[in-house]
Design a protein around this ligand. Structure first.
Ligand code: GTR
Length: 384
C-alpha cells in the first residue's frame, strides 16, 4: 500500500504524502533498486555548437548543444539535439527523449553529429563505433514532424554519451565523475546505470531551462524499454519534469515485480548486472520482501501527469503488470484530487487519458506513431 508509512502511519492527505511518505519511498528506491545518485551536478558547462534556421523543410530551428560534465580525463561530452518550432511566439513546451543508437539515427539529416562514444555492436557495427550509414535508421520511433507541427520542441540525447551500456565496474560514464573515496569500496546502494542515465537527463533539463526557445517548466521526459525505466526514475527523482512518459518499460520500470511475469528481477539482474544497485540482487526470486514495487515508482510522479504505454505482444514487459501499476498508483493521485479513469485493463488501442495515462497498443515492443499520437494528445491536455 503506497499510503502506509514504514512506521504504520496512514497517509490521509497530500501534505503527509509530500513530507513523509514520498521521501521515504524515494529513499527506498535509492537504497534498494536504482542506487543513490549524487546530489550535485559537479562541473557543468553548456556549449551551443549550432542554431540552424529552416530545418525540417523550413518549420524548425535545429540546435546542437554539448553538455560538458566533469573535468579531466573522464569528463563527458553529452550531445543534446533539439528541434523547436521556428515560428513560435513564446517559449514552447517540449519532449526530452533518450535514444539507443545515437542522435544521428533519429532523422536522416546530414548535419546531425555522430556519437564518438561507445555504441552497441549490431546492425553491421563491429567496433562499437557509430557509422554514417545509420543516419535516420530509428526515425520511425520519433514523431518529430508531428511534434513540431503541434507546437512542441523535441530534444534527444544518446544514452551512450551519458553511460556506455556495459558492465565495466562503474569506471566510465557519470560514475567515474563521482568515484567512491576508496574505489574498492562501492556501497551496495551506490548508483548504477539507470540512475546514471536519469541523472544525465536532469543535466539535459538544466540546459533546456536556460534555452530561450523552450519553456523548461513544461518538459515531458520520455524513454522506451530500459530507457522507459530510466524516464520513470528521472521523473521520480527530479520533480522539475512536468510530465513523465514510459514506453514499454517492463521489469524495473512500470511492471509490478511481484507478478514474476515475463522478465523477472532475477533475470534482469543476471543479464544486466550494471543497471540496478547491488542491493537489488537481494530480491532475486524474493520480490515479496522488497519494500517497494513498481506502482510506487509510478506514484512518485504524482501529482504530475504520467503516461504508461504497453504493447500487446510485448509479453516480456508484462502489459498487465504495467497496467496494474497505474491502477495501484491511483490512490496517491487521489490525494491531490486526480484520478486515472480506468478500473479494468482497457481493450487494445483504447487509451485512457486521466491524470495517469495508459494504453496497450497492438503489436510488438517498439515506439510507434500511435504511441506518439497518444503522448502528444496527453501533452495537449496538460502542458499546453
Ligand atoms: C531487454 C531487457 C528489457 C528491456 C529491453 C530494452 O533485453 O530484458 O528489460 O530493457 O532489453 O531495453 O530494449
Amino acid at each position: 500500500d503506497p499510503l502506509i508509512c514504514l512506521d504504520g502511519t496512514k497517509v490521509v492527505n497530500s501534505k503527509l504524502w509530500i513530507h513523509k511518505r514520498r521521501p521515504e519511498i524515494i529513499n527506498l528506491f535509492e537504497q534498494e533498486v536504482y542506487g543513490q545518485s549524487p546530489l550535485n551536478t559537479g562541473p557543468i558547462r553548456f556549449e551551443v555548437l549550432e542554431e540552424v534556421k529552416g530545418a525540417l523543410g523550413g518549420k524548425a530551428i535545429r540546435k546542437q548543444v554539448i553538455i560538458h560534465l566533469g573535468k579531466g580525463e573522464k569528463a563527458l561530452a553529452v550531445n543534446l539535439l533539439i528541434y523547436s518550432p521556428q515560428f513560435a511566439k513564446q517559449p514552447v513546451p517540449g519532449f526530452l527523449t533518450i535514444n539507443f543508437q545515437g542522435n544521428h539515427t533519429v532523422l536522416p539529416e546530414p548535419g546531425i553529429r555522430i556519437p564518438t562514444s561507445w555504441v552497441r555492436n549490431r546492425n553491421g557495427i563491429k567496433d562499437n563505433r557509430a557509422k554514417e550509414k545509420d543516419r535516420g535508421i530509428s526515425a520511425s520511433r520519433w514523431a518529430i514532424d508531428e511534434i513540431i507541427n503541434r507546437g512542441y520542441a523535441f530534444a534527444t540525447v544518446y544514452y551512450g554519451d551519458i553511460d556506455p551500456d556495459f558492465h565495466d565496474g562503474f569506471n566510465n560514464g557519470p560514475h567515474a565523475l563521482f568515484p567512491p573515496q576508496d574505489p574498492s569500496e562501492r556501497k551496495p546502494s551506490d548508483w548504477a546505470s539507470i540512475a546514471g542515465w536519469a541523472w544525465g537527463l536532469s543535466r539535459c533539463l538544466d540546459y533546456l531551462e536556460k534555452d530561450s526557445l523552450i519553456d523548461g517548466k513544461r518538459i515531458a521526459v520520455m524513454g522506451h524499454s530500459r530507457l522507459g525505466k530510466t524516464s520513470l526514475w528521472a521523473g521520480a527523482s527530479d520533480e522539475r519534469f512536468a510530465m513523465v512518459i514510459s514506453n514499454n518499460s517492463g521489469c524495473g520500470g512500470a511492471a509490478i515485480s511481484r507478478r514474476r511475469f515475463g522478465e523477472t528481477v532475477k533475470k534482469i539482474n543476471t543479464s544486466f548486472p550494471h543497471w540496478f544497485c547491488d542491493n537489488y540482487k537481494k530480491y532475486n526470486d524474493n520480490e515479496e520482501n522488497c519494500p517497494v514495487d513498481q506502482h510506487m515508482l509510478v506514484a512518485l510522479s504524482a501529482p504530475r501527469p504520467v503516461y504508461i504505454a504497453s504493447a500487446e505482444e510485448d509479453r516480456w514487459a508484462d502489459p498487465t503488470g504495467e497496467f496494474l501499476a497505474c491502477l495501484n498508483a491511483e490512490s496517491v493521485y487521489k490525494l491531490f484530487g486526480f484520478s486515472f479513469g480506468a478500473t479494468g485493463k482497457p481493450p487494445v488501442n483504447q487509451p485512457v487519458h486521466g491524470r495517469i495515462g495508459y494504453h496497450v497498443r497492438s503489436g510488438k515492443h517498439d515506439v510507434t506513431a500511435y504511441d506518439w499520437e497518444q503522448y502528444i494528445d496527453f501533452a495537449d491536455k496538460y502542458l499546453k
